[in-house]
Design a protein around this ligand. Structure first.
Ligand SMILES: [Fe+2]
Length: 367
């Protein structure tokens, strides 16, 4: 299977992975179905960023979602019922805080029980459940960074909690601003910028929430060079968990589609973030983050510096920019597998980008 952003889908292509859409946990389109124009329109309306398509060159490539739909669904439902009711009450009851902790524990147990610690897939997200999926991914990515840093189980649980509830302060911001489709006015943006502080006034009376979680939530929009908010903290004055949350928050926001822009591909987000070490992000934490993200996830079609096209087969955290690939072109080498990290004849070849435009792919790929 290969990944294609939605704008490049064409009728007749065969879906290789089922597409799920909230609120049902049943798939919206089942793998194996041939896409017609109405279905492509429907996916576009739902703001789904892309799908996996069958290709004879990639029939043996299996792509597993990092967070299984079943788990994502369970956590989403629990977050939804918390956000729909109890979190609006002030002060939060002990049972609400216990529920927050239980959700974080469930997510943490799931992540630590996995063998793969590399985000190696373009997870399909839709716009309507953005708030919940964003919380889940910020929690997940923060935990994965913490695992790279060998954090204890207890600290990882705190990271999961902070990630899941990092934007809880948005509950106290007018929905008109939160849901606004167009660009925000400076006044509206000033209002948005109050959400980290609002989260603290909401949570600080709850003695069962550790300080480390509070300070992480409060500082997730601070930037390493001091240009962030709400306090303009600089460098190591920003609590380390806030610096971790910032990486997870920005990566997930960039790779999700929004009403005003398409989702960035992982390599685009990774390249952008690599350029922000020392300005937006803590350089050392950025290095840890880059060990958990595959810039070219399995199933993406890439261009090589020698002009060839290839499909990504496998990634390793040691070489996130040099995956194992299967050549599509030139024709005489089509279907040859190459490990860019170890194959000597390819040491001078680099991956230069992702190819998503169907017109640039060989005609044979979808036959
Ligand atoms: Fe935020």
């Amino acid at each position: 299977m290969i990944y294609l952003p939605l704008q490049h889908l064409q009728p007749g292509m065969v879906l290789a992975r089922s597409v799920y859409y909230h609120p049902t946990s049943l798939p919206l389109i089942v793998a194996g179905q041939q896409l017609g124009s109405p279905m492509i329109r429907k996916l576009t309306e739902l703001n789904i960023s892309g799908v996996y398509i069958e290709s004879k060159f990639a029939s043996d490539i299996e792509v597993k979602e990092f967070i299984e739909p079943k788990i994502k669904q369970q956590v989403t439902n629990e977050l939804k019922s918390l956000y729909g009711g109890y979190l609006h009450n002030m002060p939060l009851s002990t049972s609400t805080i216990d529920s927050m902790r239980n959700i974080a524990e469930k997510l943490l147990n799931y992540i630590t029980s996995k063998e793969e610690f590399l985000l190696n897939i373009i997870d399909i997200k839709d716009y309507d459940t953005y708030t919940y999926s964003h919380s889940i991914y910020v929690g997940t990515l923060s935990v994965l960074i913490g695992m790279q840093l060998n954090y204890s189980e207890n600290l990882l649980l705190h990271l999961a909690m902070a990630g899941l509830f990092h934007d809880i302060g948005k509950l106290d911001i007018s929905l008109d601003i939160i849901n606004k489709k167009g660009p925000l006015t400076p006044e509206e943006f000033d209002e948005i910028k109050t959400h980290p502080k609002k989260a603290i006034s909401r949570l600080e009376f709850s003695q069962k929430i550790p300080n480390i979680v509070l300070s992480a939530i409060e500082s997730h929009h601070e930037k390493y060079n001091g240009t962030g908010y709400p306090y303009g903290l600089k460098g190591d004055d920003i609590p380390i968990y806030g610096r971790i949350l910032a990486l997870a928050d920005v990566y997930d926001a960039l790779t999700s589609s929004r009403s005003y822009r398409r989702a960035w591909l992982p390599n685009e987000a990774v390249e952008y973030m690599m350029g922000c070490g020392g300005t937006h992000f803590d350089h050392d934490l950025l290095k840890a983050f880059l060990r958990i993200i595959a810039a070219y996830p399995v199933g993406t079609v890439v261009q090589l510096s020698n002009g060839s096209l290839a499909i990504v087969l496998q990634n390793s955290k040691e070489h996130i920019l040099r995956p194992k690939i299967r050549l599509l072109t030139p024709e005489n080498l089509a279907n040859t597998d190459v490990d860019l990290a170890t194959d000597r004849s390819f040491f001078n070849v680099t991956v230069t980008g992702t190819i998503t435009d169907v017109d640039k792919l060989p005609n044979t790929i979808f036959e």
